[in-house]
Ligand binder design. Structure first.
Ligand code: COA
Length: 150
């Protein structure tokens, strides 16, 4: 047994989520954007917590049977412990429970940890979005995962 749990987003962990976002991305989402996604009916926003602190999070936006995995990150000190995998499993399970047929995402071409995590979870590359990212400018790989209805 370890000390980590998967829990739905609540406003109590917003500050933790914002901190992880800033540590993880060169163009982080704002606190307001993250709060809005957390409060949307059509989102799945899960955190991995240690006690009262969130150490990772991930979110999927849902529409018309499809999902877009828009954000996933684990605090740098907690990476490589299996927490990103636990988040992915919980996100994909809830998406399937909510009748989502497929999930899409974009990822930096050079982001090997994330691409490996996605491939391990059934995502395949289906295209490239040229110069999609800024700071630094980089292409995005578009990935897709088909879910089995529950
Ligand atoms: C991607 C990320 C969420 C993975 O989280 P994590 O908790 O470290 O991942 P896990 O320990 O659960 O590892 C799961 C799998 O991811 C892949 N992976 C994770 N870290 C890796 C690394 N440094 N190098 C290569 N593959 C890696 C592996 O496939 C791993 O499975 P394995 O342990 O059986 O080899 C984390 O690296 C992160 O927060 N990165 C910064 C934010 C980011 O880039 N998010 C994705 C945006 S598209």
């Amino acid at each position: 047994m370890d000390t980590f749990d998967i829990a739905p987003y609540t406003e109590k962990v917003l500050a933790d989520v914002v901190a992880i976002e800033r540590e993880s991305f060169s163009t982080p989402w704002t606190s307001e954007s993250l709060r809005q996604v957390g409060e949307m009916e059509n989102s799945i926003f899960l955190t991995v917590t240690e006690g009262n602190t969130a150490v990772g999070f991930g979110c999927i936006l849902l529409a018309a049977g499809e999902g877009e995995l828009v954000d996933i990150a684990v605090s740098p000190a907690y990476r490589k412990l299996g927490l990103g995998q636990r988040l992915m499993t919980a996100l994909l399970t809830e998406a399937a429970d909510r009748r989502t047929e497929q999930i899409f995402l974009e990822v930096r071409q050079s982001n090997t940890p994330a691409r490996n995590l996605y491939e391990k979870n059934g995502f395949t590359a289906i295209g490239l979005r040229k110069k999609y990212y800024k700071e630094p400018v980089e292409d995005a790989v578009l990935m897709q995962c088909r879910l089995t209805p529950q």
